[in-house]
Design a protein around this ligand. Structure first.
Ligand code: FES
Length: 106
């Protein structure tokens, strides 16, 4: 199973195994990773699953989709590498992915 590392704003790393076909948000929730609220449950309707994709992974993860882009307007401290983790599908090639969680969601 692909492994994903979440780094929180204080620098603490948590690496979890994620099922291919699930989402990065689901991997966080299923493994009790703090820093992601996911209030809408993955419907791209809350922007509380905001993460920053580590630079070297941005191209592999892919670009934001138009609906996601609109929702990101509701997130705080949005940067060029911001993504909504419920919109990142776990694929085998994402094994080793590193994402950072923001200091706060929403
Ligand atoms: Fe609500 Fe991702 S969980 S937008």
């Amino acid at each position: 199973m692909p492994r994903i590392t979440f780094v929180d704003f204080s620098g603490t790393e948590r690496t979890v195994e994620a099922k291919a076909g699930s989402t990065v948000m689901e991997a966080a929730m299923q493994n009790g990773v703090p820093g992601i609220d996911a209030e809408c449950g993955g419907g791209c309707a809350c922007a509380t699953c905001h993460v920053y994709v580590e630079e070297e992974w941005r191209e592999i993860v892919g670009p934001t989709q138009p609906m996601e882009e609109d929702m990101l307007d509701f997130a705080s401290d949005v940067r060029a590498n911001s993504r909504l983790s419920c919109q990142i599908e776990v694929r085998p090639e994402l094994d080793g992915l590193v994402v950072h969680t923001p200091a706060r969601q929403g």
